[in-house]
Design a protein around this ligand. Structure first.
Ligand SMILES: Cc1cc2nc3c(=O)[nH]c(=O)nc-3n(C[C@H](O)[C@H](O)[C@H](O)COP(=O)(O)O)c2cc1C
Length: 175
């Protein structure tokens, strides 16, 4: 298997958990995706970016956007980690919103993360409060999958599951 780096950005820990599990499974180097330069990862021929989904955006993709051209010939993949239940529609929406421009064509996989209302930062607590109130006012059938999760979530909850790594591992082994 190629020499692989797993770059993660995680606010509440779920993306970090996936990064550590993947690193162990495929013997990859696991690195926090903060303040990285292309020189720090140029020795790797495959790079997996793992990041939490916040308001539809996958954290940490800025590294790829800025540095893709400085890392020619590498293989890239993304694992987006969110609270929304896994579905083809959810993944398609994440691809549409995040994998634009130079990132088009890089495979994006999805792993379900975790949610702990008590651990949220001040700003995130405010945002979550607004989303949850709006969702609670809707009829259940009007809610998006994420709104249903937010209005029904009994926190803390973790949906982290190694099984979500299977497609990433297949990608890494060239299947
Ligand atoms: C303010 C806020 C916004 C969020 N937005 C989304 C979202 O748009 N889609 C989603 O699936 N999950 C969303 N989530 C859930 C996070 O993606 C989930 O908690 C995930 O585990 C975060 O990854 P991390 O633990 O590595 O930071 C949101 C959570 C917070 C606190």
């Amino acid at each position: 298997m190629a020499k692989t780096a797993v770059l993660f950005r995680s606010k509440y820990g779920a993306s970090k958990q996936y990064a550590l599990m993947l690193g162990r499974k495929v013997s990859a180097e696991v690195v926090e995706n903060e303040g990285l330069t292309p020189q720090l990862v140029e020795e790797f021929d495959t790079i997996v970016v793992i990041g939490g989904v916040y308001a539809g955006r996958v954290s940490g993709l800025d590294f790829l956007r800025k540095n893709l051209r400085a890392l020619p010939g590498r293989r890239f993949a993304v694992l987006a980690v969110g609270a929304t239940p896994d579905s083809p529609d959810n993944t398609a929406e994440l691809v549409k919103r995040n994998m634009k421009g130079d990132l088009e064509g890089i495979p994006l996989y999805y792993g379900r993360g975790a949610f702990d209302e008590g651990a949220l930062s001040f700003v995130d607590k405010g945002l979550y409060g607004v989303l949850r109130k709006a969702a609670e006012k809707m009829r259940p059938e009007e809610r998006s999958p994420l709104e249903s999760v937010l209005s029904d979530a009994v926190s803390p909850v973790s949906w982290v599951d190694e099984a979500y790594l299977a497609p990433v591992i297949s990608f890494l082994s060239g299947e």
